[in-house]
Design a protein around this ligand. Sequence first.
Ligand code: ATP
Ligand code: MG
Length: 424
Amino acid sequence: MARKIQAIRGMNDILPDQSSVWLYLEKTVAEVVKSYGYQQIRFPIVENTDLFKRGVGETTDIVEKEMYTFEDRNGESLTLRPEGTASCVRAADQAGLLFNQVQRLWYTGPMFRYERPQKGRYRQFHQIGVESFGMATADIDAELIVLSARLWQKLGLLEHVELQLNTIGLASEREAYKAALVDYLTEFKDQLDEDSQRRLSTNPLRILDSKEEATQAILQGAPSLDAFIGEESQSHFERLQTILKANRVPYVINRRLVRGLDYYGKTVFEWVTTHLGAQATVCAGGRYDGLVEQLGGKPTPAVGFAMGIERLVLLLETLSLIPSEAKFSADVFVVSIGDDAEVASTTLAEQLRENLPSLVVLRHCGGGNFKNQMKKADRSEARFTIILGQDEVEQGVCQVKDMSTGEQQTCAFEDLPAYISGNL
Ligand code: ATP
Ligand code: MG
């Protein structure tokens, strides 16, 4: 036997019993974002490597060690997108959608990062991202957060997630803070974990969210970012909080929250849960007023967030929050005995689908004896089985068996849709 080829480590198949949960989640998101006026944008999975180097930042974890980068046949350096924001900006700007305009956009699809695979962390994972452009005031930051809260509420997740909020100020404020932080941490350099030592010269802010206890202990005495936040950033942050309070969205302020991507400024936030172990963040985002310009566009204020579909699916499953309507199940199973009945069963099934489009109508294919077909009907868990033999075809009727009671009724072809919808 030929050796079977396996999927790439950290890249999962989404099998039929899971895909119904994905569809439910995606449908719910699509409805919620639409109600706020967001339109979908789709962009390629592969981009020029420079887009992410410049967009996400050279010293971020993503660019330093997580990207799937390769040369195409022309020797051009391409990268499988590790996130959506940079591509979204590239696509929207390239189409002239950003300058002097307001845009509300969302996207969904696979992202690729070379990380250590574990529960809630994969090498191909999926995000739904929501981005807004052209709005500089805190009411749009609030809109995005309220939108996400509405989504959690619809999914039954609101009480299982916590909103963490911070402001990381303007670039100049962060620079001043970075200098103070590096000053302080340099004294303790030898006691920092290896990653943090490296970040001291590359990306010192990221040291704040180090998971190492020794590093966290040293950080206790470090200067605090909020002392460096200027008037403009502070009032933006307060305005955001006022609107969140008016909309009864609870939050906690986490002064250590900095986010791992370079483009953020002012607002940053994460929705975290206690139900998923170390992979606790299900949704994260913030303001990135500098990114469009950094990628060659005109200065354009922007805010957005992205959520991890796998983590949300895990959370819904862990908490048993998947409604029964979301699960796939057959409603009607059609069996037929004999050549004429087989043909008639195809048109009868079509008639049902035409009249009752939300129904799942399964036809038994490939003939076989009655007993076997009925076994399959049983296994399908369909509520009704339609039975057609030569006699039925000649009389223009079928037998309808209610699988929950075992009762069987004769029904004329033309009456079948009404009978099924009336008895479901
Ligand atoms: P983390 O701190 O967990 O590595 P991150 O800050 O790298 O997350 P973002 O780049 O902000 O994550 O992505 C937004 C969301 O996408 C995350 O909150 C998470 O839900 C999801 N996500 C990120 N990386 C992965 C991954 N490798 N596998 C599954 N989901 C992921
Ligand atoms: Mg990460």
